[in-house]
Design a binder for this molecule. Structure first.
Ligand SMILES: [Zn+2]
Length: 285
């Protein structure tokens, strides 16, 4: 899954670090990140190359440290604010899903950095008193110096569930997903409910089905939607007639194990849960 980058090591301890020219830099404009075009793909620019493009020295770098993977740090560029500046030749501003096409280190690091950048961009002003905010100096936080309001990174919990009915799996397609493949029932956890209650509610809302034996499977960060996803397995409880929620889904159906195609398990827990069912409950990601 996206956070599994062995043998590389993710270090997100909060600290102040000076940039190196070989560190990665995220220039974020409020929704997109500046990336370097390489053939058909993209790469995250390094501190040194963006400085060179602008005729600046390392001492001119305006940015702050986010985290590191191995010895390479990820910095958030502060020089352009959140206003979309024109991309230099050979570069483009791209949505965070572009990170999914990169190698595991840039995929995980880039998407996580964009998650933090998005959170910072939404909290330039205090939501309580309207004053300009500043970054915390001893933990990852945003502080209002006027009223003391403290804001932590936004991480929204999501549940996803593989509902089985004998040798069949409940699969669905969300109307907002540009990928036409079938996935699983999922949704954001509502205020006041547990993860398990969210599983029961989402399956009832989206497919009109009752489930039992809800069991935790695994979890993963999902920076593309500022989320933490908790994966579950469950069994159908009673009537197998699907009543699909047309506002959310374009398809919902029971799919026999032998009719499920193979899914890549290197990025998403959704695919891990599907593969776990398809391979007879032998996948442990
Ligand atoms: Zn305030």
């Amino acid at each position: 899954m996206i956070h599994e980058i062995d043998p590389h090591k993710f270090n997100n301890e909060f600290k102040v670090v000076d940039p190196k020219v070989t560190d990665f830099v995220i220039r974020y404009n409020g929704s997109k990140t500046l990336l370097k075009k390489i053939g058909e793909g993209y790469a995250i620019p390094q501190v040194g190359e963006l400085l060179a493009l602008e005729g600046k020295a390392l001492t001119d770098f305006e940015g702050h440290y986010l985290f590191s993977i191995d010895d390479t740090a990820f910095f958030l560029d502060d020089s352009k604010g959140t206003v979309e500046a024109e991309a230099p030749a050979g570069y483009e501003y791209m949505g965070s899903r572009t990170f999914r096409g990169m190698n595991p280190v840039e995929r995980m690091g880039g998407a996580t950095a964009a998650h933090i950048a998005h959170w910072e961009s939404l909290n330039k002003f205090c939501g309580k008193c309207g004053n300009v905010t500043i970054r915390g100096d001893h933990e990852r936080s945003i502080i209002c110096p006027k009223c003391g309001n403290v804001v932590y990174p936004r991480i929204s919990p999501v549940v996803i569930v593989a509902v089985r009915n004998g040798d069949k799996l409940l699969m669905a397609h969300n109307i907002d997903n540009p990928n036409p493949r079938l996935f699983l029932i999922s949704g954001f956890v509502e205020v006041g409910e547990s993860l398990e209650q969210a599983v029961h509610r989402e399956v009832m809302e989206e497919a009109g089905l009752r489930v039992k034996n809800v069991r935790y499977f695994s979890s993963q960060p999902w920076p593309f939607s500022d989320s933490l996803i908790a994966g579950f397995t469950a069994e159908l409880d009673g009537d197998d007639t699907i009543h699909m929620q047309k506002e959310e889904l374009s398809e919902a159906m029971w799919v026999k194990r032998e009719d499920i195609p193979e899914y890549e398990t290197d990025v998403s827990i959704s695919c891990c849960l599907i593969e776990n069912f398809r391979r007879g409950f032998t996948v442990s990601c």
